[in-house]
Design a protein around this ligand. Sequence first.
Ligand SMILES: Nc1ncnc2c1ncn2[C@@H]1O[C@H](COP(=O)(O)OP(=O)(O)OP(=O)(O)O)[C@@H](O)[C@H]1O
Ligand SMILES: [Mg+2]
Length: 272
Amino acid sequence: MIELKDVNFSYDSVKPVLNNINLQIKCGEFVAVVGANGSGKSTLAKHLNGLLVPASGDVVVIGINTKDATKSLAVKQNVGMVFQNPDNQLVSAIVEEDVAFALENLQVPHAEMKVRVEEILEKLGILECRYRSVEELSGGQKQRVAVAGVLAMRPRFMVLDEPTAMLDPQGRNDVMALLKKLNSECGISILLITHFMEEAALAERLIVLNDGNVILEGAPKQVFGEVELLHKSGLLLPQITRFCAELKLREGWGIVDEDECVVELVKILEGS
Ligand SMILES: Nc1ncnc2c1ncn2[C@@H]1O[C@H](COP(=O)(O)OP(=O)(O)OP(=O)(O)O)[C@@H](O)[C@H]1O
Ligand SMILES: [Mg+2]
């Protein structure tokens, strides 16, 4: 589990960026974090693997406090990070070399490295790209290579900071399907930061940040029911939720997927 206890942080000791954050991310969970620009999402993400440490409060990753510099490698191995732009994350020219890079740093024996790299590329559906130049790949493929490089370290948690922001709709769908699969089939805990509410709706739990504060937390249905608070935080609802809200299909709870919307529409039609 990753636990944040009363976490406060500021870059310049003047303007607070994270205010008294208390959160838990349990093993096996799929959590999404949303919030307007500058609300502190990336700053929060960087606290989860020790890239940043709190000014006060604690972040504890599977029992290790991220302030313990002697254990920072264990923290980084357990919490893999993927950022928005895969070009900034990919380090080698050839796909399989890139995936192996982190393993070389960890001094994994060559034979095991080969097996792990193959396994991961296969799982991510990019084994055929193995010997290709990273530069030739599409955005979605590049992002999958970046995910592969992180997965090679066998982390228990993956934190992804807007991993689909630079992708086309197909690339976005591919990356989202991959994250769902890694979570459900491999049990990797996912924390996804996203600007796309449709992606956030796919998480088990949703956290809303506003000005460095957690203002809402819960199942997407519940959170997307808080229309006014979300508007005040500068967030749009998923398209399907907006559609249902316009039609006043149901009071209170947000509708976050198309099937549910259809059920509600049928109820109305049958009632009329
Ligand atoms: N390296 C930095 N030095 C100083 N201030 C920073 C730094 N990085 C971020 N900030 C400030 O901290 C606040 C939170 O930024 P952060 O990048 O965490 O927000 P965000 O929610 O990820 O925004 P976005 O949606 O634009 O990615 C902003 O006011 C930002 O200007
Ligand atoms: Mg950010």
